[in-house]
Each structure stands twice: as structure tokens, then as C-alpha cells.
Design a protein around this ligand. Structure first.
Ligand SMILES: *[C@@H]1O[C@H](CO)[C@@H](O)[C@H](O)[C@H]1NC(C)=O
Ligand SMILES: *[C@@H]1O[C@H](CO)[C@@H](O)[C@H](O)[C@H]1NC(C)=O
Length: 425
């Protein structure tokens, strides 16, 4: 089964839906009003998904682009990242940008918040994600009390991100750090108690955009802890170390692919309870192939393609129990995708935020904590601006580096992703 196969799932779903509708409608000879309603409902479904999908796909693409830049420098380290978090923060920044900064942000992010209907789409997306059980998201804006924000910016923040700016006194930076850390801790159920290090803000700080995400979900089918055993893991650097390998024999959605460079890999989906969220595990068949062969051209379309090819098969899955704790400064990754201008006081243009002072971005930080065990997954992230024919294998053992992504299936938002290159010490 190659990457070139035509995804047929979408069509068959439509066909199934059509036949269900037909069954419900009984005789094919319909009254005109009845058939109109059916057609209309179907169109609406397609349209609302499509509209939400376009902004979300672009935000996901942006997050994935940032991730690719980030891992380019750290090939064999573990990393957990939230594409959703970075896209959210930068969308807020884009709202306040003007001129060349707005142009650069629009080009790098692939969408413009100024476009008609975007604010509404963003609001729907937030709403859609927040209504998911076990998922909490929050956006925050901390602003120096002496700065007056433009009314249009305040209104857009309230409408779109459901947030009202908190006024702060950045002349007392240590106090500001503890207020921000308390906000993050509150919105991540205590998982990230110390987001900002002492000294990370100073009296020149004027505004901090914040995003917090907390996720806790049980697997649809838990792994039996009694089956977890020590097995060997092939680290990215070639060493082999022991790891606690969880095991589950079940039906999984699974597919095999080949990259343009001829690297064979597979994707297996492990669903969470409720089935609206799942973890996708992606790994090359050959242990010596670096993950960079897979994550070079990650995109929302690629993920969609994976999903469309997944087939329900019975497999024995063995994967490490792990927890990762990553802290990254995204500045260099953002510089590499053409966003250097916003880090420079002379060129940055955030005149839609305030006209009191010139503002520019000094750092973009993200901290992610993720714990994967037999029962399920707990994840939290905080982001601040101060994403051939092979024999069928019976056993899927993630005993080599793999990528993981936690995605909200309906909107395509990728809450978390990461590369697991070796068991964390
Ligand atoms: C390879 O990576 C593992 C895990 O980080 C580490 O313990 C080991 O020292 C590394 N070995 C070499 C040769 O770099
Ligand atoms: C945004 O930029 C345009 C063109 O440079 C300028 O005319 C306009 O006044 C700016 N908007 C604000 C709010 O400063």
C-alpha cells in the first residue's frame, strides 16, 4: 500500500451516508420539501466542516512548519511541542500587527486574521476544542498598566479569543513573573507550575501573549500494566537501551507508506475514550533511518492523507511508557521562516495593538509536559510571545525513534506532537 494510492474513504463515507439516508426515507419517491431538507443538511455539514477546516489546516501547517525548524537542529533529542499553542499565540500577535510585520506574519502563517470571517472561524475553533471533555484551553494577554490598547484590538481579542487583557506592573518584573506563572498553573491543572524562570521579564516588558492547554484522556482500550515489560529501544544515536514497553493486542487503524525518497514507514492510531481524539504514532521500518526523513514534509494534508488510508487491522502494539518535559525558545525557528522583522524594534509594526510606544517581540517560549502510560495521556503546554511490497507485520513494536501527534480529529488541531528519540533519563 503506497502513498500514491487514491484515498477512497471520503467517497465510501458519503456513499454510506447516502444509503443510510435512503433507508430512513423509505420509498425513493420523495416529496420535494423532504428531499430539499436532506440535500441542504448535507451541504451545511460539508460547508461548516470545510470552513473550519481551512483556518485550522493552515494553523496546523504553521505549527508543523515551526516543529520542522525546531527539530532540524536537535536531531536526536526528545522534544514535545504544541503546534496548536504556537499558532494560537501568533494569531493573537497577527491581530495587532500592521504593515510589513502583518505581511510577514500572513505569509509565514498562511492565513490573515484580517480576512473576512476569520475572527468568527477562530472563535468557532476555540469553542469546538474547549467543548471537548478533558480539554481545557485558555488565552491570556498581560499588558503594562500604562499602555492603552486600541479599542479594535481589545474587541477582537474578546470576541475571538474570549480574553480580556490583564493590566500588570512590569516595573516589578518578579511579581509579574509570579502572576503569569500562577495564571499558567491555574489553566494547566497545576501541571506547569513554573512556566517563566525568574529574570525572564524585565522593566522593558510591555505585553505578554499567553496560551495554556491542558489535556487528560484515557485510552479507549487501556494497556494492561501486567503486560508491560522491559524491552530494548534503538536510540537515534545507535545505542540500545532498556525501556518499559506497554503492550496491547487489539484492532487498530494502521497503514504503511513510502516517502518520495523511498523510506518505508507506518502510521498507527491509538484512540482515546470518546474517539474524537487519538494519538498517531509514526515510525520508519528501518531503525537506522532518522526521523528527519519523515518530518521534513509534514503538513495537515499529509496527516489527512494518512488518515484516509488507515485500515482497521488486528495488531499487537508495543510502545514505551514515557514522559517528556520540553522547554524551547522558538525565536530561532521563527527567524528561519521569515519572521525576523518582528523581533527587531526598528522594523516591527504592531501599531494595531497600541500607538503609545513601538512594540516588538523579544522571545517566544513554550513549555510542554506529556505523560503517556497504560491508562492514557496527560499533557499540558504553555506558550508565550515575550508548530515496495512488504510482508504484513504482525507486531508493531516502537523500539526505535518515533513521532507522535495528538490530534482533535474533527478540526484537525494538533494539540501535541513530538519525537521520541530515546527513553528519557
Ligand atoms: C546515545 O543516547 C543515549 C540516550 O540519550 C545516551 O545515554 C548515550 O550516552 C548516547 N550514546 C552516544 C554514543 O552518544
Ligand atoms: C497601518 O499601516 C498603514 C500603512 O502603513 C497606515 O496608514 C495606518 O495608519 C497603520 N495603522 C495604524 C493603526 O497605525
Amino acid at each position: 500500500m503506497g502513498a500514491g494510492n487514491v484515498p477512497v474513504q471520503a467517497h465510501s463515507t458519503k456513499r454510506e451516508m447516502h444509503s443510510v439516508l435512503q433507508q430512513q426515507q423509505g420509498p425513493p419517491c420523495l416529496k420535494p420539501s423532504q428531499s430539499m431538507i436532506c440535500v441542504y443538511t448535507f451541504l451545511l455539514l460539508v460547508l461548516s466542516r470545510g470552513a473550519l477546516g481551512s483556518l485550522q489546516a493552515k494553523q496546523t501547517d504553521f505549527g508543523l512548519k515551526v516543529f520542522s525548524q525546531l527539530v532540524a537542529d536537535v536531531v536526536d533529542t526528545n522534544l514535545a511541542f504544541s503546534p496548536y499553542g504556537i499558532a494560537n499565540i501568533m494569531a493573537m500577535a497577527q491581530l495587532g500587527s500592521n504593515g510589513s510585520t502583518q505581511w510577514a506574519l500572513t505569509a509565514a502563517m498562511g492565513f490573515s486574521m484580517q480576512e473576512r470571517g476569520m475572527l468568527r472561524q477562530q472563535r468557532l475553533l476555540q469553542h469546538n476544542l474547549a467543548s471537548e471533555d478533558g480539554v481545557e484551553i485558555a488565552s491570556g494577554v498581560m499588558v503594562e498598566r500604562k499602555i492603552s490598547l486600541k479599542k479594535r484590538f481589545r474587541r477582537a481579542l474578546a470576541k475571538t479569543f474570549q480574553t480580556h487583557p490583564h493590566q500588570m506592573d512590569f516595573t516589578k518584573p518578579e511579581q509579574a513573573v509570579s502572576i503569569i506563572n500562577a495564571w499558567v498553573s491555574d489553566h494547566t491543572a497545576g501541571a506547569i507550575p513554573e512556566f517563566l524562570a525568574a529574570g525572564s521579564l524585565d522593566y522593558e516588558t510591555r505585553l505578554v501573549f499567553l496560551n495554556a492547554l491542558h489535556f487528560q484522556r484515557l485510552w479507549k482500550v487501556p494497556f494492561d500494566p501486567k503486560l508491560t515489560q522491559e524491552r530494548m529501544f534503538h536510540c537515534a544515536n545507535g545505542t540500545i537501551v532498556p525501556v518499559h514497553m506497554m503492550r496491547l493486542t487489539n484492532h487498530f487503524s494502521y497503514a504503511e507508506f513510502v516517502t518520495a525518497d523511498g523510506v518505508d514507514y507506518y502510521v498507527i492510531e491509538v484512540p482515546y475514550e470518546g474517539s474524537s481524539l487519538s494519538m498517531l504514532l509514526v515510525s520508519p521500518f528501518e531503525p537506522e533511518i532518522p526521523l528527519s526523513a519523515l518530518n521534513a514534509d509534514l503538513s495537515s494534508q499529509k496527516i489527512q492523507h494518512w488518515r484516509s488510508e488507515l485500515r482497521n487491522v488486528r495488531r499487537e502494539l508495543a510502545m514505551p511508557r514515557f514522559s517528556l518535559n520540553s522547554e524551547v525558545n522558538l525565536k530561532s525557528a521563527l527567524l528561519k521562516i521569515g519572521l525576523g522583522g518582528m523581533f527587531n524594534l526598528a522594523s516591527a509594526d504592531f501599531t494595531w495593538i497600541t500607538s503609545d510606544e513601538r512594540l516588538c517581540v523579544s522571545k517566544v517560549l513554550q513549555r510542554v509536559k506529556i505523560e503517556v502510560d497504560e491508562r492514557g495521556t496527560k499533557g499540558a503546554s504553555a506558550t508565550a510571545a515575550v508548530m515496495f511490497s512488504r510482508m504484513a507485520v504482525q507486531e508493531i513494536t516502537l523500539d526505535r525513534p518515533f513521532l507522535f501527534l495528538i490530534q482533535h480529529k474533527h478540526t484537525g488541531a494538533v494539540f501535541f506532537m513530538g519525537q521520541f528519540s530515546h527513553p528519557p533519563q
